[in-house]
Ligand binder design. Structure first.
Ligand SMILES: [Fe+2]
Length: 286
């Protein structure tokens, strides 16, 4: 089969940990759209869920930092953080080791992909799963892109990874959903935490919705750091999803919620059926 669903959402720990401190209207609207994203994911009837995420030094450290990593474990555990702080109970999440291995073997032809049979999920994956698979039954395959420890994974490589992931998914008999989670602008763990650059976020989401490869890849890390903080480096996850899906994006919800320290985003992307070659080139030729 192939990729049957493409979604994107925020993952800041305040979304669950400080849930009740937000404006109730914004909180309810955000959660309403997260519920709609869950229903859309369920309707795609996936056999597994690939989560393209950004680590926060929970598993990968500066002694050996991969540009890309994929999980190959029979199960994962999370959250690694304090359960009370994140307001998510620690649990075991099923993996899909055979599927992971097939994907890794397919990707290694194009991507120098690290893989791991051990992976503790931090809020970057647990917050999305809390809303999308609240019973934690759907097998998950985690992906990490280095958005954290410079030198970071180049944006163009994040795009290439997305295209390669799609080709690997197209070769499978299984139905696989993919979600990206990250950013957009935010300054976590700094004195500026809570600051949100709405203009940056909206411009990025506009480029992402157009699936405009050149515009998405034109950000420099210096510009992103200046305008979107170190948390803005997580745009790589959205960029990989755009490359994998090849279609147009639809932003269902975007609102800055300062107590959550991020512009909260819920979005989907059309999955274009282009099994061969560069998805972007195929799209541009149409
Ligand atoms: Fe993050």
């Amino acid at each position: 089969m192939t990729m049957v669903f493409a979604g994107a959402l925020s993952h800041a720990p305040g979304i669950t940990g400080r849930a009740e401190r937000a404006d109730p209207r914004l909180k309810d609207a955000f959660r309403g759209h997260l519920g709609a994203l869950r229903r859309a994911l369920e309707e795609s009837r996936p056999d597994a869920l690939v989560v393209i995420a950004a680590e926060h030094f929970a598993n990968f450290f500066m002694n050996n930092m991969p540009a890309f990593a994929m999980g190959m474990a029979p199960y994962y555990e999370g959250p690694i953080e304090d359960e009370g702080w994140l307001a998510i109970r620690r649990t075991r999440i099923p993996g899909a080791p055979r599927l992971s291995r097939v994907l890794i073997e397919g990707l290694l032809g194009e991507i120098d992909l690290a893989y791991s049979e051990e992976w503790k999920f931090d809020h970057g994956i647990m917050v999305p799963l809390h809303f999308l698979t609240p019973d934690f039954q759907l097998p998950v395959i985690p992906v990490n892109i280095n958005c954290q420890g410079p030198p970071l994974t180049p944006l163009a490589r994040a795009w290439t990874f997305g295209e390669a992931l799609r080709r690997a998914l197209d070769a499978l008999p299984e139905r696989v959903a993919v979600v990206a989670t990250g950013g957009l602008s935010h300054w976590p763990c700094t004195p500026e935490s809570g600051k949100i650059n709405v203009a940056f976020d909206r411009e990025f989401l506009e480029r992402w919705s157009r699936n405009d490869r050149a515009a998405l890849l034109s950000y420099t890390d210096a510009q992103t750091y200046r305008e979107a903080g170190q948390g803005g480096f997580e745009i790589r996850t959205f960029i990989s999803l755009a490359a994998a899906s090849g279609g147009s994006g639809h932003v269902w919800f975007y609102e800055p919620i300062p107590i959550y320290a991020v512009g909260c985003t819920v979005a989907v992307m059309e999955v274009q059926s282009r099994p061969q070659g560069s998805l972007h080139e195929a799209r541009a030729a149409n």
